[in-house]
Structures are given as C-alpha cells and as structure tokens.
Design a protein around this ligand. Sequence first.
Ligand code: MN3
Length: 202
Amino acid sequence: MSFELPNLPYAHDALEPHIDARTMEIHHGKHHAGYTAKLNAAVEGTANEGKSITDILKGLDMSNGALRNNGGGYFNHNLFWEVMSPNGGGAPSGDLAAAIDKAYGSFEGFKDAFSNAAATQFGSGWAWLCVHKGGAVEVCSTPNQDNPLMPGVSCEGTPILGLDVWEHAYYLNYQNRRPDYINAFFNVINWDKVSELYAAGK
Ligand code: MN3
C-alpha cells in the first residue's frame, strides 16, 4: 500500500485573496504530489513499507535524506491544507484557547510568537504550534521539510498548526513579502480543526 496525495478540502481559489489559486494549484498538484511520489519510492521495499507516516517520522533515521525530506514534505502539506479553510480566521476557543493563553499570555501574544518564528526561519522551512503530552502548547520552527515529530527536531511535540514558509508557498502573490503572507495566513486558519488536533494530541 502506498501513500496517496489527498484531495484539497476546498477549491484552489477558495482561499483567495489570502492565498491565490495558481499558487495552490502548483503547491498541491506539483510540490505535494512530488513529495508523495518520492516518499513512496523511498519506502518501497524497506522496513517502513506499510507503516503510517507518523510512525515513519517518529522512528526516522535522520541520516536518510530521501525519507526525511519527502516523508516530512508529505506529512507537512497534509497538515497544512487541513488547518486552512475559506471560513477560517478569528481566534480559537475552549481548551486550546486556554492553553495558548497560558503559554503566551493572550491570543495576540501567541500570534506575535508564531509570526516571529515564521518570519525568522532563515530560508525554507515551517512554523509550528505543537502540543505536548499534558496539553501545553509551544511555538517553534524547522528548516526544510523537518517536522517536530522527527527525533531531536525542534520542540518535539505533536504539530497541530503548520505554516509553510518556503518561497513556493507565497512568491507568486507576495514575492519577498513573507510578513504579509504570514499575516494573511491568520485569515484562513481553521481553528476548529486545530482544536480537534489539540484534543487528540494532548
Ligand atoms: Mn510547500
């Protein structure tokens, strides 16, 4: 059984004007599809065949570049599409809001920390909100397609929100204005989904 590229949960143009349709087409149909195909090639005929992507990442041999880059790329984009929605934006509520307030003082405090992590990740990478066992949340960032599930990587929690800050994620619409893209992302965050992932991961 091999990994499949998931369908987007909305139309390519659904996140406009925050994320443009052409970027979504290329990002999902070319980049994510590429990671998926290369992940399958990296897993085929190895002891990882048949394992879930989470199990593969948690048990990853970090020196296996093909699996690290493409397994990370596969998982990270799966999460990215899910945590966005045309009906997104606003702020979280309930347990997740309480955990965010506890860690960052307020939603605005969290937004600053997350935006800063995304803006200061040098070159390609991701910003994350992770949950640890017990329910504490933490913001961090990773280079390339690394992911906090991988051994020894950054905040080592379960990622429940991820923002792709590779140039392929924003360059057509925002060129070098990464901060504008980060700000726009907050208009499409699907906090219901993030809360669901928080409840499952804490
Ligand atoms: Mn990407």
